[in-house]
Design a protein around this ligand. Structure first.
Ligand SMILES: N[C@@H](CCC(=O)N[C@@H](CS)C(=O)NCC(=O)O)C(=O)O
Length: 279
């Protein structure tokens, strides 16, 4: 499927492109919240998009999550990025786990900004549930399927895991359509005039990485047809998302270790190889 060979590239430690500009604009360590992040990490990108979209100030501290500096371990017990340090508390408080961070930031925004969050109002519980179903599918199906495909080595596995990833995308589309037909809510970039939703933030980093790392290493192409492509375009060009993207090369380099399934690449890669749930 691929005629490339492992060239031994390592992951990047510093953002590039638009993400670098954004990181430079958030380089004041006296901000109330420090985001511990790594430029290639999709879980970090979720949190980063949330900060940008909700307009909450932060300081971005780029760390190497595989070296696990003490300051990262203080905010994230397994040494995983993203992690938040809340600098205004003594002793300082911390929050980790990308999904929890998104909800935490939404809660902050609800009382400190005029920004809406990523879900329809509480007065429309059904519309909220439909978007949560999409986000749940992303975490339980799309994200693991992405890594299984990227880490697959022999041809048979590449074919079966590529199919699995595509089926997961199709499953997400079905849930988008269900929400489109089942509610009047304008949440979700699947609609042409939609607003960024929780599911978009949760899925976006992997949908984007499928256009660089998966495309480059496994020859992945999104299903033909304008509708999904239009969704991908709306997502990657959304200002809050685009601001957190590095250049293509950074992802190609940083994912080489996954694409050749190098031993001990990461906790995520090890979990996929041993059939365990993701960390
Ligand atoms: N469940 C975590 C996963 C975060 C995660 O796996 N981050 C990776 C970087 S993409 C990491 O920190 N890896 C360090 C390691 O594998 O030790 C979340 O959603 O925040």
């Amino acid at each position: 499927m691929s005629d490339k060979a492992d060239s031994g590239k390592s992951y990047h430690l510093k953002c590039t492109g638009a993400a670098l500009e954004t990181a430079n604009a958030h380089s004041d360590p006296t901000a109330n919240i420090t985001l511990f992040g790594s430029c290639f990490c999709p879980f970090v990108q979720r949190a980063w998009v949330a900060f940008e979209y909700l307009g909450i100030d932060y300081y971005v501290n780029e760390v190497d999550p595989y070296k696990k500096p003490a300051e990262l371990l203080q905010v994230s017990p397994k040494g995983l990025v993203p992690g938040l340090k809340l600098n205004n508390y003594h002793p300082p408080r911390s929050v980790n786990e990308s999904t929890v961070i998104i909800e935490f930031l939404e809660d902050i925004a609800a009382t400190t900004t005029t920004k809406k969050g990523f879900l329809p109002p509480v007065t429309d519980p059904y519309a909220r549930a439909l978007i949560r179903l999409q986000a749940d599918h992303v975490n339980r199906s799309l994200v693991p399927a992405f890594y299984r495909f990227l880490q697959s080595q022999d041809e048979e596995k590449q074919i079966s895991s590529g199919k699995e990833f595509l089926e997961s995308i199709e499953g997400l589309v079905k849930l988008f359509e269900r929400a489109e037909q089942g509610s009047d809510s304008k949440f979700g970039l699947w609609r042409e005039d939609g607003e960024l939703s929780l599911a978009d933030v949760m899925a976006g980093p992997w949908i984007f990485r499928a256009t660089n790392a998966l495309e480059y290493y496994k020859g992945f192409k999104y299903p033909p047809g304008p509708k999904f492509q239009a969704y991908v375009n709306r997502l990657v060009s959304h200002p809050a998302f685009a601001k957190t993207c590095s250049t293509r090369e950074l992802y190609i380099d940083s994912y080489e270790r996954y694409a050749y399934n190098r031993p001990n690449t990461s906790q995520v890669a090890n979990a996929i190889n041993s059939g365990r749930g993701l960390p």
